[in-house]
Design a protein around this ligand. Structure first.
Ligand code: PLP
Length: 415
């Protein structure tokens, strides 16, 4: 069958996201999976979700909301009300349920938001989403209905002691980037685990306000939940911010639940699009989470179970990397959140794409760093020198994968 519409040409093609998701779903048995962004299976957490499923199964009304009825196009109203109430009481943000919309995973929220805000216009040049700190999340790369939806700016690299480094926003010239419809950052950043501090965020917000455009903050890993953020920085919202959350990294990616918190006109637009594209988003994840969120149990799980789990995994993986890569010029982005380590091999003689392929042939899946520079037009050697490693799974598998990474990298530098 020929798919030859312009829509098909855009959306039926190989992309980094497709490669990543196929790797995730179709790996050979025995493969060491350090690639995709699947959260870890944490027994203490899954026991709580299993308890909720029993409660839902035993209650006809809850089961109706869970699986037997369509939610409103903006998502289950009871859950949206709980989200708003919890954020009002915890952070004092002036929200009601009308400031909250659900989507089928936050990935689909980015598809909707980016195309609602940016793209072709009847009355002027094409508008773009500005990513002020590349490297940035691979999933933003291909969501545009037309080419050129993204423009990004390379991060400044701050070299830190003990083999670490950290990305910083380059503010010089940021304000002068033309045709910008919104700024967008992930916080913590996927892939690097960087957390923009409050000062960087408020400067980005001020730039967005001066331009009359919103600041999108993607907190899929961050605060208020799942809270995989190791710095003390607080969550950030005001009526110019579109805060995107997800239930995926709480351990529920299959429930496909994204949460958008924004001014009412944004929520109304997402709701209208949901109705056309999907009728309504799923309510399964919201029904599992709602009472946990309302009672504070979720906040305690994030603080006492989820965050320490991922922090420990990062800590262990760094020790194994240092040992395995002794003598190799490895730098690691300071882990400030999320569950990846972002490795930089300065002057790497092969590209990160080659390294990915060599590792795949040896039974280790990682992600090549070159995917994580969406919208970056200028050449930058750095983009071919990095790998993203998900270090959150079984420790012995992660350690075995790290040894193979070290072997291949050593080989590449020697050749
Ligand atoms: N944002 C970031 C930074 C991510 O890493 C991901 C997934 O890995 C998403 C958004 C999308 O997550 P989901 O669609 O599962 O909510």
């Amino acid at each position: 069958m020929a798919f030859d519409t312009s829509f098909a040409r855009r959306f039926v093609r190989p992309t980094g996201t497709l490669e990543l998701m196929e790797d995730l779903g179709g790996a050979r048995p025995g493969t060491i999976m350090l690639g995709g962004g699947n959260p870890a299976r944490i027994p203490a957490l899954e026991a709580v979700y299993a308890r909720r499923l029993v409660e839902i199964a035993g209650d006809r009304t809850l089961f109706g909301r869970f699986a037997a009825s369509y939610a409103a196009p903006g998502g289950d109203v009871g859950f949206r009300t709980t989200v708003a109430e919890v954020l009002v009481s915890r952070y004092g943000w002036p929200l009601t349920w009308r400031n909250v919309a659900l989507t089928s995973g936050s990935q689909s929220a980015f598809f909707t938001l980016f195309n609602l805000l940016a793209g072709e216009r009847d009355d002027g040049p094409r508008q773009r989403i500005l990513l002020p700190l590349a490297p940035e999340y691979i999933g933003y790369a291909d969501v545009g209905l037309s080419d050129g939806l993204l423009v990004s700016r390379p991060a400044e690299i701050e070299v830190l002691p003990e083999g670490f480094f950290k990305y910083r926003v380059q503010f010089d010239g940021l304000e002068a980037v033309p045709d910008v419809a919104a700024l967008c950052v992930s916080r913590p950043t996927n892939p690097s685990g960087n957390v923009l501090d409050g000062d960087e965020l408020s400067r980005l917000d001020a730039i967005a306000r001066r331009r009359g455009v919103p600041l999108i903050v993607d907190a899929a890993y961050g605060l208020p939940f799942p809270g995989i953020q190791f710095t003390g920085d607080a969550p950030y919202w005001n009526d110019n911010v579109i805060l995107c959350l997800s239930l995926s990294k709480l351990g529920l990616p299959a429930t496909r639940t994204g949460i958008v918190i924004a001014a009412e006109p944004v929520i109304d637009a997402v709701t209208a699009f949901n109705a056309t594209a999907a009728l309504a988003p799923p309510a399964t994840g919201p029904l599992i989470i709602e009472p946990l969120l309302a009672s504070g149990e979720l906040e305690a799980l994030c603080r006492d179970v989820i965050r320490p789990y991922y922090e420990q995994r990062a800590h262990d993986a760094i020790a194994w990397l240092r040992e395995a890569c002794d003598g190799v010029p490895l730098r690691i982005h300071r882990p400030e959140g999320a569950f990846f380590l972002w490795l930089w091999f300065p002057g790497l003689p092969v590209t990160s794409r080659d390294l990915y392929a060599r590792l795949k042939a040896r039974g280790v899946l990682v992600l090549s760093g070159h995917h994580f520079f969406p919208g970056l037009a200028e050449p930058w050697a750095h983009r071919d020198e990095c790998l993203r490693v998900n270090c959150s799974h079984e420790p012995d598998r992660v350690q075995a994968g790290i040894r193979l990474i070290a072997e291949e990298v050593r080989c590449a530098y020697r050749a």
